[in-house]
Design a protein around this ligand. Structure first.
Ligand code: COA
Length: 191
């Protein structure tokens, strides 16, 4: 993944990172065809089935479409979708995104998914640290936000481990699985 995108509203060139962002044993890199296994692994989690666009029990073709869709996010100007890969083996363990809908205000939002077999060993927190450090290499960004359901202890602890602070509860913030859900707002600001 090379080159730059121009965000239409800003005429702002944003580059794909020259070196893959990394932290504590994980690297963030573009998706590859060989990551197709990840689509099926992620959808083992019923919550991921609710919040992601991956089809349940994806066929090989659907898994490839999902991978193409992730790499397309950058060229479409939506933001960065990275595969979270094991730095030693290069195996894809999850996905992390930084979305730039509000980039003209200096803000991005982030979201992350770790495959159930790879959980509980620091992958989510390391990926979020790597993503956040990368965010501060983009001069336009001053704030990265996370929206987390109050029951989601794993995501809350991941956010806090990466230095994000809780700023409040947004009541009835969005619809997930056909229900209005409250969301905790977490954020990191440019150091
Ligand atoms: C949330 C998620 C990304 C965590 O990934 P992970 O790689 O297992 O997280 P880590 O191993 O880096 O753990 C980070 C911290 O969270 C804690 N943690 C992780 N999962 C936990 C759980 N289910 N319950 C309690 N604590 C948990 C870890 O103990 C660690 O805490 P520490 O820093 O105090 O040691 C993963 O569970 C996931 O993909 N969940 C489904 C999708 C999701 O909810 N995404 C976030 C949407 S806002």
């Amino acid at each position: 993944m090379n080159g730059r995108i121009a965000l239409m509203k800003l005429h702002l060139p944003l580059a794909w990172p020259a070196a893959p962002p990394s932290h504590a044993g994980v690297v963030l890199r573009p998706f590859r065809d060989s990551d197709a296994h990840l689509a099926a692994e992620l959808t083992q989690d019923p919550y991921i089935r609710l919040i992601s666009t991956i089809p349940v029990r994806p066929t090989a073709e659907e898994a490839m479409e999902w991978i193409l869709h992730q790499n397309g996010r950058f060229t479409e100007g939506m933001g960065y979708s990275f595969a979270i890969a094991d730095a030693a083996t290069d195996r894809a363990l999850g996905q992390i995104g930084m979305w730039l809908k509000a980039v003209e205000t200096g803000r991005a939002t982030a979201g992350y998914l770790v495959a159930p077999p790879a959980r509980g060993r620091g992958v989510g927190a390391a990926a979020l640290c790597a993503l956040t450090a990368f965010a501060w290499t983009l001069p336009v960004l001053h704030r990265v936000e996370l929206y987390i359901e109050p029951w989601n202890t794993g995501s809350i602890r991941t956010a806090e481990a990466a230095g994000y602070q809780r700023e409040g509860l947004l009541r009835s913030h969005q619809s997930i699985g056909g229900e209005r859900r409250d969301m905790l707002l977490y954020a990191a600001i440019r150091p």
